[in-house]
Design a binder for this molecule. Sequence first.
Ligand code: X2X
Length: 343
Amino acid sequence: MKKMVGVLLVLAVVVAWSSPQAIQAADYKSEYKLSTVVGKPFPWGIAGERWAELVKEKTNGRINIKCYPGTSLVGGDQTKEYTAIRQGAIDMAIGSTINWSPQVKELNIFSMPFLMPDYKAIDALTGGEVGKEIFKILESKDTIPLAWGENGFRELSNSKRSISKPQDLQGLKIRVVGSPLFLETFTALGANPTQMSWADAVPALSSGAVDGQENPLTIFTVAKLHAAANQKYLLLWGYVADPLIFVVNKDVWKSWKPEDQKAVSEAAVQAAKENIIAARKGLIPPDDSGIKEVEALGVNVIRLTDAQKAEFKKATQPVYDKWAKQIGESLVKKAEDAIAKRK
Ligand code: X2X
């Protein structure tokens, strides 16, 4: 009898000792849903696959991620993605600052016309105080941000004419996405902006329902917009750029063991690093092979002189000033200072 009690005691201790972990493992979902707007072979989609692959490796298969490109978990409505992450319908995502800006007003900072003149300016924001502040804001909204990736500088294409001054945009129907800031910027330039998802944009451009769009060159070339959407004219003006953010829903994050959290975080950092390299390939001066590639497709590419760029900046300045107040003047000031000091 004594022996029996002893065995039971030992068993009880073993169960008590092992159960927290057993419960935790049982808590893990068989699949975690990762949302992106575009899939492979866009650099953004490749980043999703890479994150999933690295996580699987680093967690010995404990965390299994499936990619859902086309923002399919929200029926393609990319501006609803952030809400779905908060609510848990999406477990994790690599999202554009533009698509989440309707819910997180500070993310509009990257869409402020002509705030960031070059890649070093993007890095000065994401890698500095501004990036930290934005991550804190995201953390306060039930999402765990892990790394900054990149969609890229957004260039303007259209089917109608070559553009080198604001007047050339007069009356052009331009597809934009995201927050009202885009509608106001293009209205200030004399264009006729219309808001729609990426899923709707390509058919609308192909049918001629809209004349133009703005997106990074990697999106332009992989989607073959010159052929699929008759986009024969391209203006390189780098007026805004959208970083990507790797996030995990907070409850999902909390359900993981610390070692798995670490693995997911390290995998995000690695995938993001590779993503930024892919997004910038052939686009960092003096290497302009990415632009030459577009020209070789027969696209008429316009590069602006500083004076020409200043005209666009001037025309959009009232929008900038208005949105600096909406975003928060101290954050905008921080961003301007970081850019002025960039190395
Ligand atoms: O919809 C777009 O233009 C895209 C693919 O660049 C974003 O999701 C912001």
